[in-house]
Write a new protein. Structure first.
Length: 216
């Protein structure tokens, strides 16, 4: 049975979150194609993982036989999170832009899952796993826009997820999501609506394509 790892990090519920609505569309299509499959959903806003601490970090570079109880507990969580990644046939991640970068809860998850010599390194344990990131943002930071130099979501995640984990990474980018609520952006509402609709269509199409790819 196929397994999807679904990660959300928006602080807003689905009705008020652009990233959640798109990851939900991806998941819905996936589940329709895999009714007997497994979905592991980590909602990092509702149930955040702890930030990486000294015990968890040092445990990754020491002999398990020497671990203190604190190191054992910390590394058990890191192992569980790594196993969820390794067992997934596909991963979808909601990564809204907050203050020009990813939510701290998503960064905490990444810090826990990045284990040198296992998930990252010469032979990443989940290399090649297809990962779709929904990188929503209130404005636009696309090349050629006035704030393109403030784009620290896709640039960062490209380096971590593709270059370090070795994932087969794709982005869906719903932008201008603040337009309906910001009078100064009212003229951009049609562009927001087009971006929103494209993001939902892309999520559905990518999920279908992955289903076909995994079935081949």
């Amino acid at each position: 049975m196929a397994t999807l790892l679904h990660i959300d990090s928006s602080v807003f519920p689905e009705g008020g979150s652009a990233s959640r609505s798109v990851t939900a569309a991806f998941r819905k299509t996936w589940e329709e194609q895999h009714p007997d499959g497994t979905v592991i959903h980590r909602d990092l806003a509702v149930d955040p993982v702890p930030h990486l601490d000294g015990a968890g970090a040092s445990a990754a570079f020491s002999d398990p036989a020497t671990h203190t109880p604190e190191q054992q507990a910390a590394f058990a969580l890191r192992t569980q999170l790594a196993e969820e990644v390794e067992q997934a046939d596909a991963i979808v991640i909601g990564a809204p832009m907050y203050n020009f970068t990813i939510p701290s809860t998503l960064k905490a998850w990444l810090d826990q899952v990045i284990i040198m010599g296992r998930t990252v390194g010469a032979e990443p344990s989940a290399k090649g796993t297809p990962v779709t990131v929904v990188a929503s943002r209130g404005g636009s930071y696309a090349p050629g826009t006035p704030r393109e130099n403030f784009e620290y979501v896709q640039n960062y995640l490209q380096s971590v997820l593709a270059d370090s984990f070795g994932f087969d990474l794709e982005f869906i980018v719903p932008e201008l999501t603040m337009a309906p609520n910001n009078p100064a952006m009212a003229e951009l509402i049609p562009k927001f609506e087009a971006s929103r609709d494209k993001a939902h269509a892309d999520a559905t199409n990518k999920a279908k394509a992955l289903v076909a790819r995994l079935a081949a």
